[in-house]
Design a protein around this ligand. Structure first.
Ligand code: NDP
Length: 293
């Protein structure tokens, strides 16, 4: 039997790169760790480091009060837990897989119907940042449960509790991912054009506009919140001409134009809606009213 000083054990279910990094961080912290994964071989390295391999999901749930889930999405969680609901009462499911805010709420309702608690987590790091206080995770769900287990959660990353609504952490996570994926594709598009001209990714780094983008956000954010889309600094008509040049430059380089063409299409919708003399930020009005079909 452990003493009161012994750290509580943790179960980790789902051992992709993220789940393996998480289970590894718990092992490094001296916690007893039980693991389970559909593809059992992914647990081998962790078992070699001292983790206990559960024979099945029910055994994994029974092993510890805190159960970290690192699965593809919430549908995977339901598929996996549905045959093991007898082991759910009293468990705290820390769901660190990505999904939508509404699906996070559904997951919380479903678990609560089976006597378990649900903490939604949105991890703002790749596996290399797990175990580092420089990384952070959004959590939402019951505050009392979060605060009681904060020390355990902070083995993984710094932890911020956003509120009781289980959808909140998923929302903030998806806001981050919306920015990440659209920006990162913008970067890849830029590199495709650069590479077609023999310019490498590292060659271009000093000329990548990340600092000036932050300044753009700081300048426009208060104006957007005030509903001010005036075209005193730039106009949408100028942007359309500029994006036409971006599309044509990609064409000249023999590079795919789907991405800049989508930007052009949105901008032209802004023009058609009467925003030619307004700032490009007026495209928020276009984005808020999706085109049908
Ligand atoms: P992977 O896709 O590599 O791993 C997914 C895990 O889910 C595997 O353990 C897989 O099992 C399991 N799984 C999927 N479907 C089922 C199912 N129906 N039944 C049982 N098990 C299932 O993902 P990652 O480890 O990279 O990421 C995990 C989560 O973390 C994802 O939601 C991801 O979006 C999120 N995330 C990932 C980051 C990253 O950089 N990798 C960063 C931030 C968040 P099996 O091994 O058998 O296939």
């Amino acid at each position: 039997m452990g003493t009161q000083q012994d750290p509580a054990g943790v179960t980790v279910i789902g051992l992709g790169p993220m789940g393996r990094a998480m289970a590894g961080a718990f092992l490094d912290s001296g916690r007893p760790v039980t693991v389970w994964n559909r593809t059992a071989a992914r647990a081998d390295g962790l078992v070699a480091r001292g983790a206990t391999r559960a024979a099945g999901v029910e055994e994994a749930l029974a092993a510890n009060e805190v159960v970290v889930l690192s699965l593809t999405d919430h549908a995977a969680m339901r598929a996996l837990l549905a045959p093991a609901t007898a082991a759910l009462p009293g468990r705290i499911l820390v769901n660190l897989g990505s999904d939508t805010p509404e699906r996070a709420r559904e997951a919380a309702r479903w678990l609560s119907g089976h006597g378990a608690h649900h903490l939604t987590g949105g991890v703002r790091s790749d596996p290399s940042g797990i175990g580092s206080p420089g990384s952070s995770t959004f959590y939402s769900g019951p505050g009392e449960v979060f605060h009681r287990h904060r020390e355990t959660l902070e083995v993984l990353t710094a932890a911020t509790h956003l509120g009781e609504d289980p959808g909140l952490a998923a929302l903030y996570y998806q806001l981050g991912m919306t920015f990440f994926w659209t920006s990162v594709l913008g970067w890849l598009q830029t590199l495709a054009v650069a590479r077609a001209h023999g310019i490498g990714a590292e060659d271009l780094l000093p000329h990548t506009e990340t600092d000036s983008l932050a300044a753009v956000f700081r300048f426009y954010a208060p104006r957007i919140d005030a509903g001010d889309h005036s075209g005193d600094a730039e106009r949408l008509s100028m942007e359309v001409a500029s994006v036409e040049h971006v599309v044509a430059t990609a064409e000249e380089a023999g590079v795919d134009t789907v991405l800049p063409s989508a930007v052009l299409a949105l901008s032209r919708r802004g023009m058609a809606a009467g925003h030619a003399e307004a700032s490009f930020t007026s495209l928020l009005r276009v984005l808020a009213a999706p085109a049908s079909g």
